[in-house]
Design a protein around this ligand. Structure first.
Ligand SMILES: [Zn+2]
Ligand SMILES: [Zn+2]
Length: 81
């Protein structure tokens, strides 16, 4: 099954995909959409279906109830799917 990278919109094949927070990315596409920092799968924040590092996330959106730490906690519970 081929997924589509939410960043560039191109297909992500099994051998190259980087799965994080329920989406498949190209390894090079999984970077902060603000500062372009490379992100570690499952260890970044997400807003409006785009990945951000937690630093930029907190700077832009502030510590809200759906912050990166809440997301990370949810992922560790459902992460083995
Ligand atoms: Zn991509
Ligand atoms: Zn960033």
């Amino acid at each position: 099954m081929v997924g589509y990278c939410p960043i560039c919109g191109k297909p992500v094949y099994f051998g190259e995909k980087k799965r994080s927070l329920g989406r498949d990315y190209h390894p090079l596409c999984l970077k902060c959409q603000k500062c372009n920092r490379q992100l570690t799968a499952g260890q970044h924040a997400e807003y409006d279906e785009k990945p951000y590092c937690s630093h930029c996330y907190l700077k832009m959106f502030g510590p809200r109830e759906k912050g990166p730490f809440v997301i990370l906690t949810l992922m560790s519970v459902t992460g083995c799917r």
